[in-house]
Structure formats: C-alpha cells, structure tokens
Design a protein around this ligand. Structure first.
Ligand code: GLN
Length: 189
C-alpha cells in the first residue's frame, strides 16, 4: 500500500513514521503529480491558512479534490480537518479550503496554544480502550450534513472525529501518540 502525506507544512513526518511502522509506503506529496499511484492521502495538522495558501500556489487543491472524487480515502488531522470542511468559522477571510466534507468547523475552538489538552475518547469504531487524544489549538465540528458519521465526541458532546464515506477527519493528532488504531482504521478505508 502507498499512502501520501501532504508535506507542505506541519506534522507530516510523524504521520510518515506511523505509516512505516504499519508496513505502508509513506510518500511526501508537494506536487500534483506526486498524487499518482497513491491509495490514500493524509492532510496533517499544522496551520490551515498556510497549508491552504501554499497548496493553492502549487496547484494542489483541485488535484486533491479530484483524488477524493475518485473515491480514494483522505484523512485530515486538525488543520487537515479544517481544510476538508465545507464551512469554517473563525477562519481567516478568504482562506483557501478543499471543502470536501459536509461539515462546519470552528477553528481554534478551545482557545490558544496554551489551552491545548489531552483527553481519553470513547471511539466505538475502534473499540476499547478509550483513545488518548492530543488536541493542539484544535478545531471542533459544529454541524454535520447527511451521510456524515460521528466517530467521537468529547465528554461535553463536542464532535471531534467524523467520517463521510472515504473521507475521515479528526480534530486531534493520533500521529503524536503510540496508538496505531486510527491509522489502521484509515488504512482499512
Ligand atoms: N489552529 C490550527 C489552524 O487553524 C490547527 C492546529 C493544528 O493543526 N494542530 O489551522
């Protein structure tokens, strides 16, 4: 299996390490032609405004949308979740998005960097034990469209992991822990 990791900015190396640990070829994607022959794509956490702008400048946004339309799986973590959403609150005006998933998200929903936190999430799709999730200036999903499945919520009810067909998005960073279950879940898509 060959899985691409969008490597414009942010936490892409950590995803690559996790993929390699699972025996998957991890390919850094910076140019549209590097999407060829991939079985899936991860859009890492980082800064969604930067990833969006650089992606737009390098002509990657439309090819990534076409990749999704072809039915291949894409997983956005944190900033990646923001980029995949159709609607973003508290974004920077005009910030480029992929707009792939029927969800609305709020950027920096928990405040600033210092308000980052970790939480144990019940994720029925992964089973027991709870998934220890790292939230770094994370977004939250504020509404979902038809066909969007909620995979995890915080204790207060905030939606932090969603799936829509071949598309997966998590507000937190599974690549920063040792728990491989979310990566395995994605590979199964
Ligand atoms: N706050 C960042 C953004 O708006 C996301 C943070 C992250 O990816 N850890 O893009």
């Amino acid at each position: 299996m060959r899985v691409g990791v969008l490597a414009l900015q942010g936490a892409f190396i950590e995803h690559e390490k996790m993929l390699r640990r699972l025996g998957v070829d991890a390919i850094e994607v910076r140019l549209p032609e590097e999407l060829e022959g991939l079985d899936g794509l991860i859009i890492p956490g980082g800064e969604s405004t930067t990833i969006g702008k650089v992606g737009q400048r390098w002509g990657l946004l439309e090819p990534v949308r076409a990749f999704a339309r072809s039915g291949r799986p894409i997983w956005g973590t944190c900033a990646g979740m923001i980029l995949m959403a159709k609607e973003v609150a508290d974004g920077v005006p005009g910030q480029p998005l992929l707009g792939l998933m029927d969800v609305a998200v709020r950027r920096n929903a928990f405040g600033r960097q210092v308000e980052s936190f970790e939480a144990d999430l019940e994720v029925p799709a992964l089973g027991e034990p709870p998934f220890h999730a790292v939230f770094i200036r994370a977004p939250v999903v504020t509404s979902i469209g038809e066909g969007v499945e909620v995979l995890a919520r915080l204790e207060g009810g905030a939606i932090v992991a969603v799936r829509q067909g071949n598309l997966l998005a998590t507000a937190f960073h599974p690549e920063l822990t040792d728990d491989e279950r979310f990566h395995r879940y994605f590979l199964n898509l």
